[in-house]
Design a protein around this ligand. Sequence first.
Ligand code: ZN
Length: 246
Amino acid sequence: MGGEVMGGEAMGGEAMGGASRAGEVLAAALDLAAPAECGGCGRPGTPWCRRCASAVVDDPIALTPRVELDVAAWAAGRYRGPLARAVVELKEHRRRDLIPVLGQVLSHGLLRLAEWEQLPTARRLALIPAPTRAVAARRRGGDPVTAIARSAADRLGPHVAVVPLLSTAPWTRDSAGLSAGRRMANLHGAVAVSRTRPAGLRPPHRDVAVVLIDDVLTTGATAAAAVAALRGAGITVASAVVVASA
Ligand SMILES: [Zn+2]
């Protein structure tokens, strides 16, 4: 787009108008590269301000989802304030610069859970991102949950890997706005487990503990469907950890 403007009308008759338009295009491109607004509070001048950075540091929260989940569920933080806004900015406004911010929140939560002995002791940890509908992932410029999990794993070291194994069938609807019961019905039988998986995750995968990862836990329907699908494929989920509780 920039090239078109520079090579085309900007260099033509109206030099001044063209130059300012090219300037606007460049400013817009720079905005995309480094957003000038804090993703947590909207404060101008920084993509993530110090106040928001300290506000999202929290101890993990034990969750009791509405849909029964027979593994422990934890949130790295509460879905409010800067953390909630950052999740929305990433998912709805493609603020991918916030992936490391949310990855840090998740890695901090996982470390705390390990300290509290709430994660199984295994030689390795596999983070399996909750399933995303392909169409939603495309619209959001890539699956944000997998990206957040990768960022967390990078911080946690070589014993932690992200293993994206789950997808949802194309007939599932976006679950936003659906009740718990409708979410369950929507997801029933719709979560597929990839047949290609790392050797360490073949049953009974004793050396690898599996944690299901999602950005937000609302009713628990997605997590429950994912845990059931993985169990059906011989993979035992130890717990579900989300970035933020709803
Ligand atoms: Zn802020």
